[in-house]
Every structure is written in structure tokens, then in C-alpha cells.
Design a protein around this ligand. Structure first.
Ligand code: CU
Length: 413
């Protein structure tokens, strides 16, 4: 085992990793105390009003296919027609009809849930934001919890089960019939150092066959995890052992490579991070990063998710002003997602684990295709609550407000 993998105190999986915020090698996680209470303190620091304002900023005011019309100035229901609509009709649209809104004939007094100036869709949008602010993310099992390897001589051994599980993307929707490694989606975070010998032992507890692929690793061909190409499928009840030398370094993944549209879509996925052998090339040393955050997107079972969660149960990122953080975007879904951060840019430093070097670039919206991993560095220089979301707007907002691929970067003042 490399003894230089972790230079700081041992990680606290119950907090740091559990929040989806994982300590980089050699780092003391500054938000290991990130709890619902701590999050709310962070929110208080920047002002609760800023939260709503910041999040609302990512909502379109109007779009051709989604027009609610202006709120009634008297405080009545916002059923008034849009500028181009006939005066006697609301403004429904075929795909995004705002069916929950008050009827055009409703009087203010007949719609007690409607606040002055706000329509019902406003109230539902507000409720979703409030659930996020209330810390719904803290009521569910944490994703990306590191799995500490057993040490067998010079081999790091990870034991994983492949399970049929129930999984919740938020606290209110009913549980989904999902799949997971060691009973969870996203699977445990596996982290090693470049050059480590890795042995990953998978036991299939499902009622179906599978195979596991370490995505991005230069494994021996027989360890590539593709049933009928490099191995037989792992039958229900069987165990299969993958062994290889970790490399290249960087942000990688492990996932099903059999019936994968279905199995990965249902949650058979996890992060596999290989730290560079040279500590000087790790993100804490290279960029002064003090948070190292895994961000796995998926878009099948449960809809549009970040680390197995949909807004408002997505986990916020909380940083001190001036803190430098790293986010590792990993796309396990079937479509591209352009991640957009409000308020400050992202410096893109690696693609698929390979450092970009002098080709590093700065942006505020980064498209991540299926299978890709992109590492970004963010200098959290601007205090506030900044929406952080996929910019395919139908992945983040519907007639009941924001959902799916939305979270926030909260920079304390
Ligand atoms: Cu998207």
C-alpha cells in the first residue's frame, strides 16, 4: 500500500464523503462538519433571500412553449393571458400546460393557496426551493461514500456486492426498484494511487447476469468486464474478481457493462479515482484545492439525477470565500448535460483523467457527454448562493418548479 495516499487525518465517511464532498488525498475536508444545521448556517450567512433569488435566476421568465402570463396585480390568480393571447383564455401549451394553475374564472378568494401576486406554479416552485433549503438532502443515505480497501500484501482489495435495492431520489417520491453496489446508488467511492495493484471482488446478488467494467483504466484484456467478449457473464450468486494495476490516474468510473442501458440506468455505477503517484500532481498540491467533489449524473431511472438525487434533495456544495474546490463531473447517463455555474467560472483542467496542461480553459457552461469525465477547479471568490444546474432547461424545471439536475454552490461571505 502506498503510504503517501493520505497525509491528513483519516477521512470521516459519515460526513465528508456522505455529503458527496470527498476529501482529496492528503486533504482535511473543511466541510466535514457539513450537516443540515451547518448548511442552514451557511445559508444564513449569505441571507435566505439570496437563496431564492439566486435559484430563481436560472428559471426562464418566459419561453415560447411555456407562458404563464404575468401575475395578477391585485393579488388574484395569475390566470391573465399573455400579451398575445385572447383576453378570454389562459395560455396553455401542449407540452407544458400549467394545469395546476387557477382557472381563468377563479376569484382571488377562491384560491386561498395563492399569495398576492403569485400563481400556484410560483408557490410550487417556492415550495421546492424551501425543501432544498430545509435540508431534504440530509435525510437520505449519502452517495459516494469511500470504501476502504483491505490490504493483502501489495494488493488493495475491494469487496462489493451487486444488489437489487430500493432507492429514493428525494424524500417524497416513492422508492424506486433500483440496483446498487453494496446496497447503494451511487456505489461506494473506490480510490487508489496510480500503480497500485487493485483486486475488486464482485458478488452478484441480483436475479440477472452482469459484468463490471472499470471505465478509463488500462486493464489486461481479460479484466475488461464485457460479457461474451472478455468473460462469461457473472451469473446470479456468482463472484468474479477483477485484478489490474491502477492507471492511468484521474477520474474514472466502474459500472455494469452488460444489459447496461438498463443496469447502469438503474444505478449500477460508481466513481473510481486514481490519484497520481507524484503527490505534486494531485489537486490539493497543484491548485490548493480543499474539497474534491464527485458529481455523477444519470438520466434514466428516477429521471435527471446528480449522485442519485433529484432536486430538491440534491446536495449543496458549501465553501468558504476564497476556497478552491475541485469538481469531477462524470456522466453515466444516456445524454449530454451542460453544467452551468452561476456567479463564477470553472477552470477545466482534465478530461477523462488526462490533464489538459496548457490546453486548460475557462468556462461557465461545460457539456459532459455520456461516459466522459471532466475535472474543474473553482475559485469560490463570490459570496452568495449560486445556482448550479444542467442547462437543458427541461432537465431542471417543470410546471411545478425546479427538479432534477439542480443544486447550489454556496459561498460564505
Ligand atoms: Cu441535462
Amino acid at each position: 500500500m502506498s503510504t503517501d495516499q493520505k497525509g491528513g487525518p483519516p477521512p470521516d465517511p459519515s460526513v465528508s464523503a456522505g455529503t458527496g464532498l470527498v476529501p482529496a488525498a492528503g486533504l482535511v475536508h473543511p466541510n466535514r462538519a457539513l450537516t443540515r444545521r451547518g448548511f442552514l448556517r451557511g445559508v444564513a450567512l449569505v441571507g435566505g433571500g439570496a437563496v431564492a433569488a439566486g435559484l430563481a435566476a436560472c428559471a426562464p421568465a418566459a419561453a415560447p412553449a411555456w407562458t404563464f402570463g404575468p401575475p395578477a396585480p391585485s393579488g388574484g390568480p395569475a390566470a391573465s393571458p399573455g400579451p398575445s393571447a385572447p383576453a378570454s383564455s389562459p395560455t396553455p401549451t401542449p407540452s407544458m400546460d400549467h394545469g395546476a394553475g387557477p382557472s381563468p374564472t377563479a376569484s382571488p378568494s377562491s384560491s386561498p393557496a395563492t399569495s398576492p401576486g403569485l400563481a400556484e406554479h410560483d408557490l410550487k416552485a417556492k415550495e421546492a426551493v424551501q425543501r432544498f433549503l430545509d435540508g431534504e438532502w440530509d435525510t437520505l443515505p449519502r452517495p459516494n461514500v469511500p470504501l476502504e480497501p483491505e490490504i493483502d500484501g501489495d494488493v488493495k482489495v475491494f469487496r462489493l456486492t451487486i444488489d437489487e435495492i430500493e432507492h429514493r431520489i428525494d424524500a417524497r417520491k416513492p422508492p424506486l426498484d433500483a440496483l446498487g453496489f453494496n446496497g447503494v446508488w451511487t456505489g461506494p467511492l473506490l480510490r487508489v494511487v496510480e500503480g497500485d495493484r487493485v483486486r475488486a471482488i464482485f458478488t452478484n446478488n441480483m436475479r440477472e447476469t452482469t459484468g463490471i467494467h472499470f471505465h478509463g483504466q488500462e486493464t489486461p484484456n481479460a479484466m475488461d468486464g464485457v460479457p461474451f467478449v472478455t468473460q462469461d457473464p457473472i451469473l446470479p450468486g456468482q463472484t468474479f474478481t477483477y485484478e489490474f494495476v491502477a492507471g492511468p490516474s484521474g477520474s474514472h468510473m466502474y459500472h455494469s457493462h452488460h444489459n447496461a442501458t438498463d443496469q447502469v440506468g438503474r444505478g449500477l455505477l460508481g466513481a473510481f479515482i486514481v490519484d497520481p503517484k507524484d503527490p505534486a500532481k494531485r489537486y490539493d498540491r497543484l491548485y490548493g484545492a480543499t474539497q474534491d467533489i464527485v458529481w455523477i449524473s444519470n438520466d434514466t431511472l428516477g429521471g435527471f439525477t446528480i449522485n442519485g438525487r433529484g432536486f430538491p434533495a440534491t446536495i449543496p456544495i458549501v465553501a468558504e470565500r476564497g476556497e478552491v474546490i475541485v469538481i469531477r463531473f462524470m456522466n453515466e447517463g444516456l445524454m449530454m448535460h451542460p453544467w452551468h455555474l452561476h456567479g463564477m467560472p470553472m477552470r477545466v483542467v482534465a478530461r477523462d483523467g488526462y490533464p489538459l496542461g496548457s490546453a486548460a480553459f475557462t468556462c461557465d457552461t461545460l457539456g459532459v457527454n455520456p461516459g466522459e469525465r471532466w475535472d474543474v477547479v473553482i475559485e469560490c471568490k463570490n459570496p452568495g448562493v449560486w445556482a448550479f444546474h444542467c442547462h437543458i432547461l427541461s432537465h431542471v424545471e417543470g410546471k411545478e418548479g425546479m427538479f432534477g439536475m439542480v443544486t447550489a454552490l454556496i459561498v460564505k461571505s
